[in-house]
Design a protein around this ligand. Structure first.
Ligand SMILES: N[C@@H](CCC(=O)N[C@@H](CS)C(=O)NCC(=O)O)C(=O)O
Length: 217
């Protein structure tokens, strides 16, 4: 059976779980203990020599990098959420890259400098925090514009691009990133967060985050 290595607090790892659920791919989840440095242990480095989650094991095959993993899973399942048509696939890849480079990079800067810095000996990097918030102010209107005229990022149907964008935005509640000005985006997000493939992973990221942080306190 396919095994997904992740952690409930990791947006890229949750992205892989959403996709596996959406594709109805049977899989087992291995929770990698990042605080204990499990990702740097020889056993895990055999799965992903880059020492990062998520990672995937499919029989004797291993793969890292969330976007590579979700493309692998969608193609393996032959799913239309990653279209075969060259031009449709190009659109999906365009939005996967935009969501990753501009939105996920920004939300992870904000998340790191709001919460995750406490898990290491790092201190708050105010410049990085500001960059993250500035990038979101610049790029979220572009997402809003697209979702004002399309039900999903690339048209009328769900694709991998929507799930990549959704996972990038999961941390908004715990970082006070205000999405309410973006009404089309908020409606799109609310709908996706009610889907079974999302709910099988968790109710929402904020609940998972708060449960884990309370247990640690
Ligand atoms: N570009 C990678 C990012 C992976 C990543 O940064 N994972 C973090 C958790 S969100 C991690 O494994 N951190 C542990 C470490 O760096 O030691 C992907 O999309 O898979």
């Amino acid at each position: 059976m396919i095994r997904i290595y992740g952690n409930p607090l990791s947006p890229p790892a949750n992205k892989v779980r959403y996709v596996a659920n959406q594709l109805n791919i049977p899989h087992e989840f291995h929770n990698v203990n990042l605080r204990e440095g499990e990702q740097r242990q020889p056993e895990f480095l055999k799965i992903n020599p880059l020492g990062k989650i998520p990672a995937l094991r499919d029989g004797g095959y291993s793969l890292g990098e969330s976007n590579a993993i979700i493309r692998y899973l969608a193609d393996k399942a032959g799913s239309p959420i990653y279209p075969r048509d060259l031009q449709q696939r190009g659109q999906v890849d365009q939005w996967i890259d935009f969501a990753t480079q501009h939105i996920a990079t920004a939300t992870s800067k904000v998340m790191f400098n709001t919460h995750f810095y406490k898990f290491s000996d790092a201190t708050i990097d105010e410049r990085s925090l500001k960059d993250g918030r500035d990038w979101l102010a610049k790029y979220l209107p572009m997402v809003e514009q697209q979702l004002s005229t399309h039900a999903y990022l690339t048209g009328d149907t769900l694709t991998l691009a929507d799930i990549v964008m959704l996972s990038a935005l999961d941390v908004c509640e715990v970082t006070n990133i205000d999405l309410t000005p973006y009404t089309a985006l908020t409606k799109w997000r609310k709908n996706l967060m009610q889907q079974k493939w999302y709910r099988t992973c968790h109710t929402d990221y904020a609940s998972t985050f708060n449960t884990i942080m309370t247990a640690r306190a």
